[in-house]
Design a protein. Structure first.
Length: 381
């Protein structure tokens, strides 16, 4: 009897031992399946190179999605971005794409590729098109934006969790300066969008034999729309204004009505920014410190580190730009080149996917190519 009990105990111990090493990676994968990345409607490549510390600048069409008051500081008489394309990916998607293209779309290759990326996030974002016309302190534009996030998990049966989101909308922004010295700026932006979102899980067999018609129907069933208002104030402090142009800004973003499902909803945020802009002949610069979402209404975490961004930009002849910063505690870098009809911007940055800064870093690259026209001389009013 004792021998039988001892044998049963050994069998149970072996079962628990094997189950432990099988189930731990499975449940760990499911636990990691939720990315806590902050959702943004649109992101500027110029801003990302500066650590996304842009609320204290916002002097171009992107003011609509940062601080609309910054458009009052726009230096161009007019600017037309006719063909503006932005494409971004993370480091993992680059290696994933190479493996899939070299091995083909078959079950074995897809299974091996998914297995090699177990626990890794794959991100394609942003992919956007933002055509806009800006005249002094007015801006109007149309935008299309897409974001794809993939996470592989489950050692036993490699599986991909996918989250896809796409937007199409229009936006108008207006800003005005007050006081005798025009040091107080107020701005407002209004945008409407139609959003398509989808979440799903696929193993290698599912991915190889995916039904595109059924997938399209699922995507179309997860749609919604919204109308949102953002308003901001920016004040240029009188001390050393001609030398450093110090300023403080506050913006309330994304207040409105929406019909999107919970995982596609846009959260409002209150943002605070401090900036200086020392300028010399043929050289311009911006140094910015942003405190984003100071009321902690965006996202499910309470991390202060994820909400602080610091950035700097230096420009030469208003044609060549170098940028750097700290985004959520991670170093960023960027560069820009403006040559008549072509404007190029690149940014390297890291996005925090975890609940606090330093938990789950995701390194990304994004490039922007813009074909358009502008009037380069500074405003005289």
């Amino acid at each position: 009897m004792e021998r039988v009990i001892a044998m049963n105990i050994k069998i149970i111990n072996k079962f628990l031992f094997v189950s432990f090493f099988i189930l731990i990676p499975v449940f760990t994968g499911y636990a990691q399946n939720v990315s806590m990345e902050y959702s943004r409607v649109m992101s500027s490549v110029r801003a990302m190179g500066m650590g996304n510390a842009f609320y204290g600048v916002s002097d171009d069409k992107w003011a609509a999605f940062y601080n609309p008051a910054g458009l009052a500081r726009n230096k161009m008489h007019w600017q037309l971005d006719l063909v503006p394309l932005t494409i971004g990916v993370n480091n993992n998607i680059l290696s994933t794409g190479t493996d899939v293209l070299s091995g083909g779309f078959n079950t074995n290759n897809l299974g091996n590729t998914i297995g090699n990326l177990l626990g890794s996030y794959n991100n394609i974002a942003p992919i956007n098109w933002y055509t806009a016309f800006t005249y002094k302190n007015w801006s109007f534009g149309f935008f299309v934006n897409a974001n794809v996030n993939l996470l592989t998990y489950n050692n036993v049966n490699p599986t991909v969790g996918a989250k896809v989101r796409g937007d199409a909308g229009a936006v108008v922004t207006y800003a005005h300066s007050f006081l005798e010295d025009k040091s107080l700026h107020f701005g407002v932006s209004l945008y409407g969008l139609y959003r398509v979102g989808y979440q799903g899980m696929y193993n290698a067999v599912d991915a190889a034999g995916i039904d595109t018609n059924a997938l399209l129907n699922d995507v179309l069933n997860n749609t919604g729309w919204g109308i949102f208002l953002s308003a901001g104030v920016m004040y240029e402090l009188p001390w050393l204004r001609k030398v450093l142009n110090p300023r403080v800004g506050v913006s309330l973003n994304d207040i409105g009505y929406q019909t999107m499902k919970s995982y596609n909803r846009i959260d409002p945020s209150l943002n605070l920014s401090f900036a200086i802009s020392p300028n010399w002949k043929m050289i311009s610069s911006n140094i910015v410190v942003d405190f984003n979402d100071i009321l902690f209404t965006n996202g499910d975490d309470q991390s202060f580190g994820k909400r602080v961004n610091i950035g700097a930009e230096i420009g030469f002849w208003n044609r060549i730009f170098l940028r750097t910063g700290l985004h959520q505690g991670y170093w960023t870098a960027g560069a820009g080149l403006d040559i008549w009809l072509i404007r190029l911007n690149y940014a390297y940055y890291t996005e925090e996917l975890g609940a606090y800064a330093g938990q789950i870093p995701d390194e990304r690259h994004v490039i922007e190519i813009v074909l358009g026209w502008d009037m380069m001389q500074k405003r005289q009013d």
